[in-house]
Design a protein around this ligand. Structure first.
Ligand code: F6R
Length: 646
């Protein structure tokens, strides 16, 4: 995880670096640091804890450098501490490096460098990088194989200063040699007094974008962090290098051949990444859902028209030939996939499996050219999901990415990409991304049904065999924003339950059928931002073990939206009430005359998409409990927004 920022231009770099780090703090907040160069000397300010701590460090206000690099850390190797904070130096203090990713062979590299008399001052994997760069810089006759370097490097630098050109090319060679030794993932920025007014960057399997504007350039782990400065971006590819000055950006491949790159203009609204009067990003994002769902629907779905997927070149011939869909993702995105499975099976009659990316990769899944693999990732940077996508590609399957972040790594690996267009999601706990992912799945399933010719008949929506017409289903989807707004109008009962339950140690979430997928999501939300242990179960499974945990006063939340499962679900709730449970029910059914403690009524919709409505009270419940406990809702402990490590 971790976030990196860089700036080079006419302005004081420190303010811009801090601004960028604050925008990236969702990626990790164990420590932060910045480095600038002034009067040929690297100035580093770093400390344990949040980015704002840097502002109080002695000397921060005196920093005058107009270029620099910065980092906010999610600790992997070495505890959160000042020594383990980035930027890291080589032993001679010549190279300062920030790094996002994990160097898997760092022990080996560390031992190699120790043999060469290098000393290590941190427990991080990163510290090998500046020292390796120094090693290759000081030993230009040795390459990454321990042999003489290939003399055919074709380095052309846009600079008139010949000493600097020589140093820049020599350092660039040293960086390429160093990165050739790295196993794992990295996005790095390097500065050195040997190459004034220059930042060199590279990446492999960790994100890095370069924003460009008149006379200044920016580097970041993601696009939203830079949207207040520019809309023009270069998206660096794996094993690509860039030499950045304030007026130029030169790109090189791993053979150091110079090449041109296309600028991508980004249309996102920077103000969408601000709190706009809400206390927390999570609350803002929960309340944005009517709009984010509307954006996801966009022009894709209209009544009495076929869905519009002009941006997705999947043909009916291809679709008729596939025999299975895999939906692969992590966490909340995987929970959205569970709803997607039901949609594809009901509307398109294609057997669909859902898998956790970190499991899928290692279980040798049965995939061939007749499998369509769909990968869901809000950030588009989740390492396990990307690796799972690469695996399917290597087996000949077609891959489709569903992401929220334009140009993210997953979208560049997949054969096809569709975007959720939910707008930037900043809070670590995912809310609007989930409802947008499910919305997109519902429209995609209709599109596939149309391509397969299943759009003429009705759709079976529940276990009683009830059906609705496709047009009615479309109407249900188009009505979602309005219905989400209705739920958000009155949150008082959810707050009341939160006031009563916030001191609990354990909670349970129950549901049958589609409601079980929402129970899983509600339970995840609660765990991650309130630190209350919770479990989600299929209601009918309770009596096979977990009911032993139900005791007097325990809080049980049940989701009840599928009429065909109503009676059975109510019986299961009665079983926990008999054993002393306090209950909150989220339902679109008429549940008068029952002995439930709290009933949260939500508008009716087809069970195929009811998770989009039933999840909202659960998001709010987790939020209010977290607030009652005085926790940092947007940045829960031990977590980060983009999980770029495996
Ligand atoms: C939970 C949450 C995580 C993410 C998961 C996948 O609130 O946010 O479970 O859903 O880490 O992230 P993406 O969708 O970025 O791949």
């Amino acid at each position: 995880m971790c976030g990196i920022i860089g700036y080079i231009g006419p302005k004081k770099a420190s303010n811009i670096l801090i601004d960028g780090l604050l925008a990236l703090e969702y990626r990790g907040y164990d420590s932060a640091g910045i480095a600038t160069i002034e009067n040929n000397e690297i100035k580093i300010m770093k400390d344990k804890g949040r980015v704002k701590n840097i502002l109080n460090l002695e000397g921060y206000n005196e920093l005058q450098g107009t270029y620099g690099i910065a980092h906010t850390r999610w600790a992997t190797h070495g505890k959160p501490s000042k020594e383990n904070s980035h930027p890291h130096f080589d032993n001679s203090n010549t190279f300062a490096v920030v790094h996002n990713g994990i160097i898997e062979n760092y022990t080996e590299l560390r031992n190699f460098l120790i043999e060469k008399d290098y000393t290590f001052y941190s427990q991080t994997d990163t510290e090998v990088i500046p020292n390796l760069i120094h090693y290759y810089y000081s030993n230009p006759n040795i390459d990454s194989n321990g042999e003489n370097p290939d003399s055919s490097y074709d380095i052309v630098l846009d600079n008139n200063d010949s000493t600097k050109v020589n140093n820049t090319s020599r350092i660039l060679v040293a960086i390429t040699q160093a990165t050739k030794n790295l196993k794992g993932s990295y996005a790095i920025e390097v500065i050195s007094p040997l190459i004034p007014d220059t930042i060199i960057v590279s990446r492999k399997d960790s994100p890095l974008v370069i924003g460009t504007s008149n006379g200044e350039n920016f580097i970041a782990s993601d696009i939203p962090a830079l949207l207040t400065y520019t809309r023009d971006f270069y998206l660096l590819d794996d094993n690509e290098f860039a030499v950045i000055t304030k007026n130029s950006i030169e790109f090189y491949n791993e053979k150091l051949e110079n090449h041109k790159k296309e600028i991508k203009n980004i249309e996102w609204d920077a103000s969408a990444a601000e709190k706009n009067g809400f206390e927390d990003f999570m609350l803002k994002e929960i309340f944005e859902q009517p709009n984010s769902i509307r954006e996801t629907i966009g022009s894709r779905l209209k009544l009495n028209e076929k869905c519009n997927f002009d941006d997705l070149e999947i043909s009916s011939e291809y679709l008729k030939n596939i025999n299975k869909i895999f939906i692969v993702a992590c966490g909340t995105a995987m929970h959205a996939g569970l709803v997607g499975k039901n949609l594809f099976e009901k509307l398109c009659k294609i057997p669909t499996e859902v898998d956790i990316a970190s499991e899928f990769r290692y279980r040798d899944p049965i995939i061939d050219e007749k499998t369509l693999c769909i990968y869901v990732s809000q950030s588009g940077e989740t390492a396990d999901t990307i690796a799972a996508l690469k695996l399917a590609k290597s087996k000949g399957a077609k891959t489709l990415a569903i992401s929220n972040v334009i140009g993210s790594s997953i979208t560049r690996e997949a054969d096809y990409t569709i975007y959720t267009h939910a707008g930037p999601e900043i809070a670590v706990a995912s809310t609007k991304a989930y409802t947008s992912q499910v919305t997109l799945f519902s429209i995609l399933a209709i599109h596939f049904a149309e391509l397969l010719g299943y759009d003429k008949g009705d759709i079976t929506i529940n276990s009683n065999g009830e059906t609705i017409t496709l047009e009615d289903f479309k109407k249900d989807i188009l009505d979602l924003p309005k219905k989400v707004s209705i739920i958000l109008e009155d949150t008082s009962l959810i707050k009341k339950f939160a006031d009563e339950a916030y001191n609990e140690k354990d909670m349970f979430f129950l549901g049958r059928g589609i409601d079980q997928t929402v129970a899983l999501e509600g339970s995840l939300k609660l765990k991650e931002i309130t630190y209350i242990h919770s479990d989600a179960y299929a209601s009918g499974e309770l009596k096979h073990g977990p009911i032993a945990l139900i005791e007097n006063g325990i809080h049980v939340i049940s989701i009840l939206t599928d009429e065909s499962l109503l009676k059975k679900s109510i019986s299961n709730i009665q079983e926990v009430i008999t054993r002393g449970a306090k209950t909150m029910i989220v339902t679109n059914q008429n549940l008068e005359n029952n002995n439930f403690d709290f009933v949260i009524n939500i508008p009716e919709t087809s069970p195929l998409i009811s998770p989009i409505l039933s999840v909202i009270p659960l998001q709010l419940l987790a939020y209010y409990i977290s607030k009652n406990k005085g926790l940092d809702v947007d940045k829960p402990r031990n977590l980060a927004k983009s999980v770029t490590v495996e």
